[in-house]
Design a protein around this ligand. Structure first.
Ligand SMILES: NC(=O)CC[C@H](N)C(=O)O
Length: 310
């Protein structure tokens, strides 16, 4: 039996420390995703505060305003009935992490810190963030009071884990993690994850878009699955150009790809063209539904990712 899933990714023209503008663009992308029937919306890396905050990441205000923006997102009727996957910095045990926050219907499902950092070329993530170096380990994160009041949760899972729903399993990877020889999608694929997401802030370099396509195609070519790629689009306040190219790949083929260069902020998201990609593919295409072993016998990861059930 095939199951149909509609998932959405986007490229947003976010600006450093423009919390209001960034929140508004996130909401517009969620609105557009829902209008396309999506049940999951992915956005770019650190989209709430902007990727290129540089030493502003040291300021506690940057973290505070990110939570205030998250509160607005959680409370908005726009984010109801769709899993929203947004990026922001989070301090856990006095250590700053570059995180994804996944939530559904005013409940935070998971905070997933980046594990493999970008720290070469134009990237200096290790200056502001620590990598989460405890694979498959999840801890309790105590939410700030203003978020507790909205979600009714005191603590939420924080760490490396995947989300199991009734129909599928979703695993998160973040930008540089795709480019690493030990990408999380390898272990997640062997553990049965079917939908892989990648939230990026990846700048333009000649022929890099081609490299991304190759990496993304190979991520689902071996174990099957859907790979969603989101990226910033624009200059962010930094001196580089982030070149969008949101993408969806299924079983090794790119099935949708957004603009690399555009003057649109998010306007095109509402038109369902350009930056918003709705992937409407049945999971029947996946190897497990074709009655084939999803992966070679013996290749399953015995340790298993701790799944977080929805
Ligand atoms: N933000 C990141 O992790 C960027 C890493 C990666 N090298 C890229 O350019 O896509």
């Amino acid at each position: 039996m095939g199951r149909k899933v509609t998932v959405a990714t986007c490229a947003l023209n976010q600006w450093v420390l423009d919390f209001e503008g960034n929140t508004e663009r996130i909401l517009r992308s969620v609105e557009a995703a829902k209008a396309g029937g999506a049940k999951y919306r992915l956005g770019p890396e650190l989209e709430i505060c902007g990727y290129g905050c540089a030493d502003h990441f040291y300021e506690s205000d940057t973290l505070l305003h990110s939570f205030q923006a998250l509160k607005v997102l959680l409370e908005s009727p726009v984010t109801q009935d769709i899993i929203c996957d947004v990026g922001m910095p989070v301090m856990h045990h006095n250590v700053r992490y570059n995180c994804r926050v996944l939530f559904l219907n005013r409940k935070i499902l998971l905070i997933r810190p980046k594990m493999l950092m970008a720290n070469s070329g134009v990237y200096r993530e290790m200056r502001w963030f620590s990598p989460w170096n405890r694979p498959r380990h999840v801890e309790d994160y105590f939410l700030p009071r203003m978020i507790q009041e909205v979600t009714g949760q005191d603590t939420v899972p924080f760490g490396d884990c995947v989300l199991s729903t009734k129909d599928t399993c979703i695993g998160t990877e973040m930008c540089a993690e795709l480019w690493n020889p030990d990408s999380p999608h390898i272990h997640m694929g062997r553990d049965g994850v079917e939908i892989f997401t990648n939230s990026s802030a990846s700048h333009h370099e000649l022929r890099k878009a081609d490299q991304r396509v190759h990496l993304i195609r190979s991520a689902t070519a071996k174990t099957g699955g859907i790979y969603l790629y989101a990226n910033q689009r624009g200059c962010d306040g930094d001196r580089v150009y982030y070149d969008g190219c949101a993408m969806v790949a299924v079983n090794g083929d790119v099935v949708a790809r957004g603009d690399q260069f555009s003057l649109d902020d998010v306007v095109s998201l509402e038109r369902h063209s350009g930056n918003l990609l709705c992937c409407n593919r049945t999971l029947a295409l996946l190897p497990c539904q074709r009655g084939e072993p999803p992966r070679e016998p013996g290749s399953a990861e015995c340790a298993g990712d701790p799944p977080h059930k929805l």
